[in-house]
Design a protein around this ligand. Structure first.
Ligand SMILES: Nc1ncnc2c1ncn2[C@@H]1O[C@H](COP(=O)(O)OP(=O)(O)OP(=O)(O)O)[C@@H](O)[C@H]1O
Ligand SMILES: [Mg+2]
Length: 273
């Protein structure tokens, strides 16, 4: 059983602030830790800042006119803010982007092979890892000669994840793997995340709107609202938390409210009582 307390911290995000276009303050001081060998989830609704957090870590903000204006991000104790995404891959950190970006004109297998481009350990090792990916994603083995652009959304998500695995990462940043997929496929994708985590020891930091499924597979969760972390804890505790149940696990018919609404509502209620 994974025990976060006993693991070294791989990634540490400390009080990070992100501003887009010099004026739009999106992350308002985010701090989080990712232990080696765990599955850590960043949860929250549309526009909460999940993708921005992952992009801040992997240095993908510049192309979006975004900038980390405060705080620090370190990996194994070293600041990583000056590393470009390719250098980060060499350090063992790779991001699977939201909306699964495969090269549409390449076959599934060619896509997977592009994931191995930073490696220098020869074709036999790469063939072996291709088999490893196919073992985790049997569907990709079946579809390996198909052009990626013609595969289904679920297969493209698998292809993007498989490509990331081909770089033999220590940590995968996985943005919204459930996006646009039917519930059964979402479950399957998360089962594969768990299998890779357990089988290869790969550390995951994933961003998800689907709190329900993420908290069933993650070990630890951070709930993000409006650029701030409003709650964090072991996934099992968050699953049992009444506010999380009410506002994130889809147990109210009014849709999702904000934690801050609940809190001020409670305060008002206490005031009235
Ligand atoms: N390039 C950008 N320029 C300006 N504002 C941006 C940019 N990218 C994101 N934002 C804003 O930052 C906020 C956080 O966006 P982000 O994409 O990080 O949220 P998210 O939690 O990933 O949401 P979703 O679940 O919809 O993917 C939103 O208000 C969004 O409009
Ligand atoms: Mg997002």
């Amino acid at each position: 059983m994974f025990d976060a307390e006993r693991q070294e911290t791989l990634l540490e995000v400390n009080n990070v602030e992100v501003i887009y276009n010099h004026v739009i303050l999106v992350l308002k001081g985010i701090s989080l830790k990712v232990p080696k060998g765990g599955i850590t989830a960043i949860l929250g609704g549309n526009g909460a800042g999940k993708t921005t957090t992952l992009k801040a870590i992997s240095n993908l903000l510049a192309s979006e006119r975004g900038e980390v204006t405060k705080g620090s991000i370190s990996y194994r104790g070293d600041r990583i803010s000056d590393l470009n995404p390719a250098a980060l891959v060499k350090r063992g950190v790779i991001q699977v982007m939201e909306g699964r970006r495969c090269f549409e004109h390449l076959t599934v297998e060619e896509n997977l092979l592009t994931g191995a481009y930073t490696r220098g350990d020869g074709s036999a090792a790469i063939r072996r890892d291709l088999e490893m990916v196919y073992d985790y994603f049997p569907r990709l083995r079946e579809r390996r000669r198909s052009q990626a652009g013609y595969t289904s959304g679920g297969e493209q998500q698998m292809c993007a994840m498989g490509r990331a695995l081909m770089s033999r990462p220590e940590m995968i940043l996985l943005d919204e793997p459930s996006m646009g997929l039917a519930p059964q496929l979402v479950e399957q994708i998360f089962q594969i995340v768990k299998a890779v985590n357990e089988g290869e020891g790969t550390t995951f930091l994933l961003a998800e709107q689907n709190t329900n499924v993420a908290l069933r597979y993650a070990h630890y969760g951070y709930i993000l609202e409006n650029g701030r972390i409003v709650m964090d804890g072991p996934a099992a505790q968050l699953r049992e938390n009444p506010d999380v149940k009410e506002f994130y696990l889809g147990m109210s018919d009014e849709g999702r409210k904000s934690f801050r609404d609940v809190r001020s509502y409670r305060r008002r209620k206490r005031w009235l009582a």
